[in-house]
Design a protein around this ligand. Structure first.
Ligand SMILES: [Zn+2]
Length: 169
């Protein structure tokens, strides 16, 4: 199958523009600031910019709801042993659909609108965002395969104000 250019032509154009001022070729794949951020896929979040960082500084892991899944833990094992990560921030955000709706509501919405039963997928919605954050931070802290000495914190990003609020976990 040929590349579906019609769907991506704006990206190709955007990349041509990007390359004109590109200066990242000297960067390595090691996180220069020793940081990994786990956050949501929400398109309002610019994870590096909101903590004053640049490409090359940090590993960014994203999924629906900023949840600590098995795949996140797998990635953190590699990041902490091989890619310079020694601190990890779990960063969900305000107005997240994963915290505003229940698992069954989301399945129902998709079923009603598209006629597809998605219940074989666990979306990992959260009832209480702070409780879920504490759970996820603890899940990383207690994971036995991570490099020892890694510091783990939790914070909630406010998409309305840009403020990052550290949370006791
Ligand atoms: Zn979200």
């Amino acid at each position: 199958m040929t590349f579906p250019i019609d769907a991506f032509d704006d990206l190709v154009l955007g990349n041509q523009e990007f390359r004109r001022s590109f200066s990242g070729s000297a960067l390595s794949g090691t996180a220069r600031k020793g940081l990994a951020i786990i956050t949501c896929m929400d398109s309002r979040i610019s994870p590096l910019a909101l903590v004053g960082m640049q490409p090359g500084d940090a590993k960014i892991l994203r999924n629906a709801g900023a949840r600590v899944t098995d795949d996140v833990l797998r990635t953190l094992v590699l990041a902490t042993y091989l890619l310079g990560v020694n601190r990890i921030l779990v960063m969900p955000h305000t107005d997240c659909r994963m915290a505003n709706e229940s698992e069954s509501q989301l399945h129902e919405t998709i079923e009603k609108q598209f006629g597809v039963d998605t219940r074989s997928v666990e979306f990992r919605t959260v009832e209480n965002q702070r409780d879920a954050l504490a759970y996820d931070v603890t899940r990383i802290r207690s994971y036995p395969l991570l490099q020892s000495g890694v510091v783990v914190g939790g914070a909630i990003y406010d998409v309305a104000t840009g403020k990052l609020e550290p949370v006791d976990c």
